[in-house]
Design a protein. Structure first.
Length: 129
């Protein structure tokens, strides 16, 4: 016989079957059925939780979509109002006058700052306590 056939063939000296009822311990049927029932209950609880979470996610998605579209409508309305306001301001003469006044005010501010800097330049020479 080849070495592989020794592995596949049953030993010739073994005369008794070792897997008899005496060697296998009996299990309690109630314990097996209880474990099976617990597994089924856990599976059902997991499925119920999954369904609840999917429904919550769907409701949250619908609520978010509703709020997003409402806010986008508000932004569109404000943009249209801004465009209408800009279109109504077609006369730029008042804007030009305001810009000229602003430039004069900025020039006066520059003169006043220069005068202030000259007036306070000598205070650096005065000793302090």
């Amino acid at each position: 016989m080849s070495p592989a056939s020794y592995l596949a063939a049953p030993p010739r000296v073994a005369t008794a079957n070792c897997s008899t009822v005496v060697t296998i311990r009996p299990m309690w049927d109630a314990l097996v059925y209880a474990a099976l029932g617990a597994g089924v209950l856990a599976t059902l609880a997991a499925l119920v939780l999954l369904v609840v979470r999917v429904l919550q996610a769907w409701r949250s998605f619908k609520r978010m979509r509703r709020h997003v579209f409402r806010e986008l409508d508000l932004v569109a309305e404000k943009a249209e109002a801004t465009v209408a306001t800009l279109e109504s301001v077609s006369d730029t003469a008042e804007l030009d006058r305001s810009l000229a006044r602003l430039r004069r005010s900025l020039a006066e501010l520059a003169v006043l700052r220069a005068a202030w800097d000259e007036a306070t330049a000598f205070t650096a020479l005065i000793p302090r306590k």
